[in-house]
Design a protein around this ligand. Sequence first.
Ligand code: NAD
Length: 519
Amino acid sequence: RPQIFALGNSRFSTSPEPSSKPNPPRVPNLIGGNFVDSRSSAFIDVINPATQEVVSQVPLTTNEEFKAAVSAAKQAFPAWRNTPVTTRQRVMLKLQELIRRDIDKLALNITTEQGKTLKDAHGDVFRGLEVVEHACGMASLQMGEYVSNVSHGIDTYSIREPLGVCAGICPFNFPAMIPLWMFPIAVTCGNTFVLKPSEKDPGASIILAELAMEAGLPNGVLNVVHGTNDVVNAICDDEDIKAISFVGSNIAGMHIFSRGSAKGKRVQSNMGAKNHAIVLPDANIDTTLNALVAAGFGAAGQRCMALSTVVFVGDSKLWEDKLVECANALKVSSGTEPDADLGPVISKQAKERIHRLVQSGIDSGARLLLDGRDIVVPGYEHGNFIGPTILTDVTPDMECYKEEIFGPVLLCMQAESFEEAISIVNRNRYGNGASIFTESGIAARKFQTEIEAGQVGINVPIPVPLPFFSFTGSKASFAGDLNFYGKAGVNFFTQIKTVTQQWKESGGGSAVNLAMPIS
Ligand code: NAD
């Protein structure tokens, strides 16, 4: 049995003696079924963004430790791929039960390390849990195809086989959901896995790894290594790793896509976004404004599907005042405060970057309708807080529009016509999501057809598909050709083998024939 650690409020220990616990605690790697302290001399502080308290320290895993993790995954693969799919599914059935049992602990860890509100942290876990539930039906999802009698006495069938060792590289903004987009699908297909959590909030990955071990995942099937660029590059280069799932920024994502692909790996890379909402004047004003505020400022705007830009068409621009009123009513505080609507952004550097982008918008002619930059939250004066911020008269040439801001900042643009609004959205380089708010089915249908975004919402602000569909970002928001989860996710983690078999009564026709068969 693996050693299980009590992670209570994100407190890790790899030592049996309480007196010898390092303080702050060190986040262990998981290698071959053992949660082990890294021998590295380099660690990064994991910081609570609401208080600046050092929660734990995450190691820059050494190359030897990384190799040991890959080797454990490689050794575990033959037995795991031959384990009946029903048994693999049962591990997921148990895992979903254990995640439900420990959802409060996971959520508290997420709020402590990432900053989002406790309620939102529960959502982070829950949306990942749904992927685990989906993986419980892997036998049907992984089913192949069969055509009998393709020729006399000959049948052809295809089977989807696991790839071998796969790896996942995660961003900071969904510490539970994104690891759960990756390893449950991969391992239930019969692969083994090396997970690299975000160095900013690795705690949830470790709790999930503990639960996966408790659920009965054999040693070596799931491994966790921490670090930054070096371990990521090692993943890209390692000959034994067959596929990489990446979620994060475009700079890292395109680097990993190129480097991993050049080594012959499959890579799926979900990257940055600039999600637009088009508001038509016939939309329901209250539901639309509530949706814009929730999707623009929820999780302090640090969701890849956050609505960061609104294009008001015609007279709907008159709604801006009411939008400001709604946004101004939001409560900014530590995510642990029960009445908080939004918490801090992840780091001081992120806060400075967001301030700079807002200022660049003002300097290039945008009007500041709501300024959250100077907010001070009583009791959390050192937190990385930014209050809801709204800029209007934004134009496509502005840096604040071209860059993903990834903070609680909503940009407003105006268009004279619906066609002009669609053209603004389509000219943006990103294509993660786009939504329309309207009462017109004809407009909605035109939007669905003409909009160049992978995930389309019609009166739905954040159209993230549940796991029986796939997460389908496009344009600069995605690189690769098999998306996360859903059918595409299963296809990503499996390769097709096509078998043609002949069983016919012997006798007659044994002459050599060099021509291609035609019947
Ligand atoms: P990030 O790219 O900084 O980090 C993601 C991962 O890549 C981390 O594990 C990090 O250690 C690693 N990394 C970072 N820079 C690297 C480099 N130069 N070389 C090698 N590895 C590197 O992203 P983040 O700030 O953690 O996350 C926010 C970004 O993720 C946003 O752009 C957001 O839109 C995006 N995101 C996208 C989706 C999606 O599904 N499209 C979902 C969530 C987040």
